[in-house]
Ligand binder design. Structure first.
Ligand code: ZN
Length: 322
């Protein structure tokens, strides 16, 4: 395996206790998120306790036929747009289709790069993230069967692009497996800034211990140091992140993380260059834990990844429409 070490995600500093206002805001999210969760369960799109890994040959008949299918399941395109057939019709760099997001720019940042592991010296180079210096990029993690985070993030991001373009948005990627490695985290942030993006989402999956499950959305903490000044984006990024978390929970049925965020599906960090250097609303989403067998069943399912993309897309649409 090229994935040496227990977890090649950036090292995590000790969690600081949630502050008062944050706790209130997080508490406000929970009822809505739980309501979405209950609605999701009520429509019967779940196996048992909502854990997709509970699915078995005796799974309920109303599960999507492609649920649990191997990678790249050929699920139907979401929605009823005339753009069925899989091909997005090319890059909508001209402003996308007519739709509620016409004129809006969304930058999607597929975490890592499939080529990173071939360029260790390049991605280990230190870059300035305002608060300190950090590696240019990392290889990302992988499932125990070798499905890499970099493949995952590109797949979800491409599905997300298709959905957002249907809404009329202009979508730009930081990388589309079209470069040897990277970009570095500072460049990833700069791409969103220079695009004057209305929203930026960085797509990831975590590499935590088995038994740690569920998704979480990472919001920028308030940082003002060197080139980093997140103060103007903290509030709108929280709005964006809460909307994504709520819709992700509702659409995928995946639980909020049981190891970060106290069940809220939200985390705040001040150590990520991609957030610290952003001047536009931006969040990360860790869609699940690749090292956990229950989560990895979801993450390796094309049908589930379509749901993940739809949850993220709906959160972005809600944020941009206000
Ligand atoms: Zn990652």
């Amino acid at each position: 395996m090229s994935y040496v070490g227990p977890d090649l995600e950036p090292p995590r500093p000790p969690r600081r206790p949630l502050r008062g206002p944050l706790t209130v805001a997080v508490a406000a999210l929970v009822p809505g998120a739980l309501a979405g969760w209950l609605v999701w369960q009520a429509v019967g799109d779940s196996g048992g306790d909502g854990s997709a890994a509970q699915a078995s040959p005796s799974a309920p008949a109303n599960r999507s036929p492609s649920s649990g299918a191997p990678d790249d399941a050929k699920e139907r395109p979401d929605g009823a747009s005339g753009r069925a057939g899989g091909q997005s019709g090319g890059d909508a760099g001209d402003g996308g289709e007519a739709g509620p997001l016409k004129g809006k720019v969304v930058v999607v940042d597929p975490g890592h790069n499939p080529g990173n592991f071939r360029h260790p010296s390049d991605i280990n180079r230190q870059v300035d993230i305002g608060t300190n210096r950090k590696e240019c990029d990392t290889t990302g993690t992988a499932t125990n069967d070798g499905y890499t985070e970099a493949e995952f993030t590109l797949d979800v991001s491409r599905r997300l692009r298709t959905l957002l373009e249907k809404e009329g948005a202009t979508v730009k990627f930081t990388q589309d497996d079209d470069r040897a490695f990277g970009p570095c985290v500072d460049e990833r942030a700069r791409i969103g800034n220079e695009a004057a993006a209305d929203a930026v989402v960085s797509v990831h999956a975590d590499g935590s211990a088995a038994g740690n499950r569920g998704f979480h959305v990472i919001l920028p903490g308030s940082v003002h140091s060197g080139a980093a000044d997140t103060r103007p984006i903290v509030a709108p990024s929280r709005d964006l992140g809460e909307r994504i978390a709520g819709r992700f929970l509702s659409v995928t049925g995946s639980p909020p993380s049981n190891y970060i965020g106290g069940g809220t599906g939200l985390d705040v960090r001040e150590d990520l260059g991609g957030l610290n250097l952003s001047t536009v609303p931006k969040v990360f989403i860790e869609c699940g834990n690749m090292r956990d067998t229950e989560d990895s069943e979801r993450l390796t399912s094309g049908a589930w990844r379509q749901k993940a993309a739809r949850g993220i897309s709906e959160g972005i649409v809600g944020f941009l429409r206000g």
